[in-house]
Design a protein around this ligand. Structure first.
Ligand code: SF4
Ligand code: SF4
Length: 197
């Protein structure tokens, strides 16, 4: 028959195991909570009138963000033109990097703002498309927002921007995963191969 001490010890083990299980449960919950990442889309920037459309590209900027030596991925080719740029635009289609789907926005902390120099007259990549077309970059970038965050959120971004309100968006895990890979490619100046479907 088990002695009192043994029973006490056994009971103690159960208590410790139960406490550990509870702690693990709480840690999982905390991890899940910390995985919920949100970004804020700045209405001040998203309301800028930028003609990022096929018309704007053909008549004004010439897809300048896919060229040049300043920003990744374009600079990775070393030729002045991104290796993924074909005659009909990006050969990666909707599988282009998240970085490109966001452009001309970029992430500063958890805020989506425009690249600082992109609207500088003459030298800024988007400057030829600035103040033309009559629509905000939030409207013209809507399709990309839908690819990243879903249709409803894309509509919300446009609605809020037009009402001069910022939008907080929950970032899907696949977007975060893709960005992590892209940061590594950017650091090694590698041309992105596209995302597996
Ligand atoms: S990957 Fe595509 S969208 Fe991105 S810079 Fe290159 S050509 Fe442009
Ligand atoms: S993001 Fe700017 S440079 Fe790139 S296609 Fe749109 S308007 Fe042109």
């Amino acid at each position: 028959m088990a002695r009192f001490d043994d029973v006490h010890r056994l009971h103690g083990v159960e208590v410790v195991q139960a406490a550990r299980a509870k702690q693990e449960e709480m840690t999982d919950a905390r991890e899940l909570l910390s995985l919920r990442v949100t970004w804020r889309v700045s209405a001040a920037w998203a309301s800028k009138e930028i003609d990022c459309t096929l018309k704007g590209i053909l008549e004004a900027c010439g897809a300048a963000c896919c060229k040049g030596e300043t920003y990744w991925p374009a600079r990775a080719s070393g030729t002045g033109v991104c290796a993924n740029l074909g005659l009909r635009g990006c050969t990666l289609g909707d599988g282009k990097p998240v970085t490109c789907l966001l452009y001309p926005f970029r992430l500063v902390g958890s805020n989506l703002v425009l690249h600082g120099r992109t609207l500088i007259p003459k030298s800024g990549y988007c400057s030829p498309c600035h103040r033309r077309g009559g629509r905000s970059i939030a409207e013209n970038n809507r399709r990309n927002f839908a690819l990243l965050f879903g249709e409803e959120v894309a509509d919300e971004i446009v609605r809020n921007t037009l009402a001069d309100r910022d939008t907080t968006v929950e970032v899907p895990a696949w977007v975060l995963d893709a960005l992590e890979k892209e940061r590594a490619w950017e650091a090694s100046n590698t041309t992105p191969p596209g995302r597996p479907e």
